[in-house]
Design a protein around this ligand. Structure first.
Ligand code: ADP
Ligand code: MG
Length: 251
């Protein structure tokens, strides 16, 4: 497949709707992401952010209506593992690692499954991914359940990047981190981005989101209520009202 040029979106979401019975979790959402971007998404709890990642990756469901295109290729009819192999990989809000496997084994499993790599190549890719997130080598043999909260974030991101994604979707990676750890996560995201990965970042911790995002989109009740430059979006009265629930944003 040819690489997209700058004017073509890498990931395009077209008029996506997701219904759960009477509830419209996503309502006609459209946006596109350019190669190399860090695209931030925020919104109140229940506004449809995780559902958006779910329908993009097909894990565990697809949109009720609308299309998801990667470099112009429709993802809609692909199985979830085919979508990850096409280049869209995600992390989850909750811990999703194999608790009893070591950090190294977790990342290796991801390289084999998501990156579709043979064993020797997957070993190298896993080691490289663990280097990329700076997980110390003596921690790589520890069971995932024995890692600290921050180390589990490193593991989660290493597992995703080991599959060599074109687009990495991060769902609230800063949840549960202390302030200094949030700074560490920011450096980690910048490092992954610096090596050429396009990133979509859902985040509740606004200072982190505003620092790293080049473009910001706000969801409320499943609809896009604002998008554009982060510093302008957070001053949008609709965003202040919906996201912060008060007249003046205190950021
Ligand atoms: P956010 O990530 O922005 O906090 P979610 O995308 O998780 O929000 O949820 C959006 C809305 O969709 C919420 O009202 C939630 O209860 C509902 N929802 C999410 N997943 C399901 C599901 N599998 N079945 C029914 N309702 C769901
Ligand atoms: Mg969520």
């Amino acid at each position: 497949m040819p690489e997209p040029n700058d004017s073509e979106p890498l990931l395009e979401i077209r008029e996506v709707t997701k219904r759960f019975g009477a509830l419209v979790a996503l309502n006609n959402v459209s946006f596109s992401i350019r190669k190399g971007q860090i695209f931030g998404i925020a919104g109140p709890n229940g506004s449809g952010k995780s559902t958006l990642f779910n329908v993009i990756t097909g894990i565990p469901f697809f949109p009720t209506k609308g299309d998801v295109l990667l470099s112009g290729r429709p993802m809609h009819r692909l199985r979830p593992h085919e979508i990850s192999r096409a280049g869209i990989l995600r992390t989850f809000q909750k811990d999703a690692e194999f608790a009893t496997l070591s950090a190294r084994e977790n990342v290796y499993a991801s390289a084999v499954y998501c990156g579709q790599m043979p064993s020797a190549q997957a070993k190298d890719a896993a080691e490289q991914a663990l280097d990329d997130v700076s997980l110390p080598s003596e921690r790589r043999t520890k069971a995932a359940s024995d890692l600290s909260v921050f180390e589990r974030k490193q593991l989660m991101i290493a597992s995703a990047i080991a599959g060599r994604p074109k687009v990495l979707l991060l769902d609230e990676p800063a949840a549960g981190l202390t302030k200094p750890e949030v700074s560490g996560l920011r450096d980690l995201i910048a490092a992954v981005h610096g090596r050429g990965t396009t990133i979509v970042l859902i985040e509740h911790v606004l200072p982190l989101l505003l620092k790293v995002s080049e473009y910001l989109m706000i969801l409320n009740h499943g609809a896009v209520i604002a998008s554009g430059k982060p510093e302008e979006v957070v001053r949008n009265p609709k965003v202040v009202e919906a996201y912060l629930g008060k007249r003046e944003a205190k950021l």
